[in-house]
Design a protein around this ligand. Structure first.
Ligand SMILES: [Zn+2]
Length: 339
């Protein structure tokens, strides 16, 4: 029976009927819909969250399928944007949840707009720049966020509640965050599940207002080596921290720290965000391109140009595959769009 779908969660006394009702009223923002993001999203949607907002800039590729649990082979074959493929799957799991999706780069403007009415932000990104941005926004708007990262067989998780504990910027000098390296050494799926187990458990505690139960320690583990540690970081909070201190300046929110062009983590790919393109007109673009080299779906247009592949999104962004060199990527892009 449909009304019984949350019975095991309601029987769990720290949640109960009251907690289940609260979960149903809450809204979580998930930044990144890769390995961590798909796992968190599935758990929260099954748990009966009221609303979930997903933002991701990428599309599904074959190398994602080993660990990104909401995606299947047809998603990779069609190169569907990750948020689109995720939403289709999540709606089959639980149609009562409101699922909002955004095929966008998670920059300052985008995130700040999405933050309204959000109860918890979940970090499922692959880069430190975005995490510091989330960290500053969390402090500025007083919304808790949960850091998570994994590489190889190693994972970390840490829950940050503004006004309560040390923020990510406080930790940077003292705690080996290990998330700064791109995933060039690969990652195994169980590590993803272990990180999201911590992230989602703490999310549930926050959603049912059981703040006392939230893990205030920095969790780090290695599943291959069987090493687990939880480090107390209470004394790491800094009074003069520019994010959570007495006179915050939120450095990651300043214009000069907004990169428009970036090499994507662990990939031979550069993302370009042309400032002057607000919306890409695919029909106009196609007139400049050799038709036989164009592949297109409802969301993106992909173009083979020699050893490189360019993927154009409607929001103006372009991924240039086959290079890590920003200058080269920009010149390939300009040559392509100028026909
Ligand atoms: Zn801080």
């Amino acid at each position: 029976m449909k009304e019984d779908r949350y019975s095991r969660q309601r029987l769990f006394s720290p949640i109960g009927d009251e907690g289940q009702r609260k979960i149903r009223e809450k809204h979580v923002l998930l930044v990144g819909v890769g390995a961590l993001g798909t796992s968190c999203a599935e758990q929260l949607v099954r748990a009966g969250i009221g609303r979930i907002t997903l933002i991701d800039r990428d599309y599904v590729e074959w190398s994602n399928l080993q660990r990104q649990q909401l995606f299947g082979e047809s998603d990779a074959a069609l190169r569907l944007p990750k948020v689109v493929a995720a939403k289709t799957r999540l709606e089959k799991v639980n149609r009562d949840v409101q699922i909002d999706i955004h095929i966008k780069d998670a920059g300052r403007e985008e995130l700040e707009e999405l933050l309204e009415g959000v109860d918890v932000v979940l970090d499922a990104t692959d880069n430190f720049e975005t995490r510091l941005l989330i960290n500053d926004l969390s402090q500025k708007w007083n919304v808790p966020w949960i850091y998570g990262a994994c590489v190889g067989s190693h994972g970390v998780s840490y829950t940050i509640i503004p006004g309560e504990n040390a923020c990510l910027r406080c930790l940077m000098d003292t705690v080996p965050l290990g998330g700064a390296t791109c995933d060039t050494v690969g990652v195994i799926s169980p590590v993803v599940q272990m990180v999201t187990a911590h992230q989602v458990a703490d999310t549930m505690k926050l959603l049912v207002d059981d703040v006392a139960a939230v893990n205030q320690k920095f969790i780090t583990f290695d599943l291959w080596q069987q090493r687990y540690s939880s480090i107390s970081v209470n004394n790491v909070k800094k009074q003069d921290c520019p994010s959570c201190g007495l006179n915050p300046t939120y450095p990651s929110l300043s214009i000069e720290n907004q990169t428009k062009t970036a090499v994507l983590c662990g990939r031979d790919t550069v993302q370009i965000r042309p400032a002057y393109v607000k919306e890409r007109d695919f029909e106009e673009l196609k007139q400049r391109l050799t038709q036989s080299k164009v592949k297109e779906n409802a969301f993106l247009l992909s173009y083979e140009s020699g050893d490189h592949r360019l993927v154009f999104f409607r929001d103006g962004r372009v991924l240039v595959h086959g290079t890590k060199d920003i200058t080269e990527a920009k010149s390939i892009y300009l040559q392509t769009v100028s026909g």
